[in-house]
Design a binder for this molecule. Structure first.
Ligand SMILES: [Zn+2]
Ligand SMILES: [Zn+2]
Length: 320
């Protein structure tokens, strides 16, 4: 399914099979998760994608050429597709910030396809015990969520703004660590609130509401700038507010008082391979169970529409 230009519907197309370069693996794609970032690229909110482009950066597949290190086991391809290895970020354990990083389904063709090619150094082994459908959302929703949770500090009370693919995984990790989870959703989103409660949130309510207790930290997954002052207002002195999305509408101005008291406001960008290894080792132990809604590959547009309208409970996954 090919994006010819931002703002246009994806089209079913036959593309030439790329030549495999050393270190690359060719995969038969089984499933590919649908991420909000795909929607931002499709809608033209992220600049300069490769065009034409195959979206998708939560790919589960099996090697059909190359990829000897995986020896026939299932392979997961995440957003971080390549880094330079030499810049100051790459040399200091922050490859997620690499100046020359290339991202799957953005600069490199991704997994909304029958086949995909990836640099095997950036791929992960999919843990046994997860179906192809269940594993896909771990590869971005899970990884970004996990990195956000780590960077939120060590909160007892964690607020999750926007209870979609990422939050529904983070809630399970947070609960397994003994944290108390508070879920914030758009008004009237009863499906998201019921999922949050099923996954152990002790409170689920409107994004603009004050929770019953102050939060120690908050993670904002929804791409809505107004949530930043709302989350700061709900967070205690010394607490952190982490913005986990790659794109957000402008943050409205707010009184300095909301940040005062050593509150920390930060973003989380991309992932490192270490984040991936940690989460994929942790997930089966908890065990994290993903809630997915599946779509056939050719209905990628319908999956994106559904995500845009907030109609997905958990995560959307394309099945090839
Ligand atoms: Zn993503
Ligand atoms: Zn670099």
């Amino acid at each position: 399914m090919v994006l010819e230009a931002p703002g246009q519907a994806l089209e079913e197309r036959e593309l030439p099979r790329p030549e495999l370069r050393p270190g690359q693996v060719r995969l038969r794609v089984h499933t590919c998760g649908v991420c909000r970032t795909d929607l931002h690229i499709r809608d033209g909110e992220l600049s300069e994608p490769k065009l034409p482009l195959v979206l998708g950066h939560q790919i589960v597949g099996t090697p059909i050429e190359g990829g000897a290190t995986f020896a026939g086991r299932r392979v997961g391809v995440p957003w971080l597709g390549w880094t330079c290895g030499t810049c100051r970020y790459c040399r200091s354990g922050q490859e997620n910030l690499c100046d020359r990083a290339r991202f799957t389904g953005y600069h490199l063709d991704g997994g909304y396809a029958d086949e995909a090619v990836a640099d095997e150094r950036y791929c992960f082994e999919i843990p046994a015990g997860y179906s192809d459908e269940q594993a896909a959302p771990l590869l971005c929703a899970g990884l970004i969520g996990y990195r956000s949770l780590v960077l939120a500090g060590d909160p007892e009370r964690i607020g999750l703004y926007g209870f979609g693919a990422s939050a529904h995984i983070v809630a399970q990790v947070a609960r397994s660590q003994g944290r108390r989870v508070f879920a914030f959703t758009r008004s009237g989103d009863d499906a998201a609130r019921s999922l949050a409660r099923e996954l152990g949130a002790e409170w689920a309510g409107d994004s603009s509401a004050r929770p019953p207790e102050e939060l120690d930290a908050a993670i904002i997954f929804a791409p809505v700038g107004e949530l930043v002052p709302a989350a700061l207002r709900a967070t205690r002195k010394g607490g952190s507010v982490v913005c986990a999305g790659i794109h957000m509408s402008d943050i409205p101005s707010f009184p300095y008082e909301l940040l005062w008291g050593e509150r920390v406001l930060r973003s989380v960008a991309n992932l490192t391979r270490r984040d991936g290894k940690e989460l994929l080792a942790l997930a089966p132990q908890i065990p994290v169970r993903t809630t997915v809604e599946t779509f056939p590959l050719t209905e990628a547009e319908r999956a994106l529409d559904s995500l845009r309208l907030g109609g997905i409970r958990g995560a959307a996954v394309l099945v090839v």
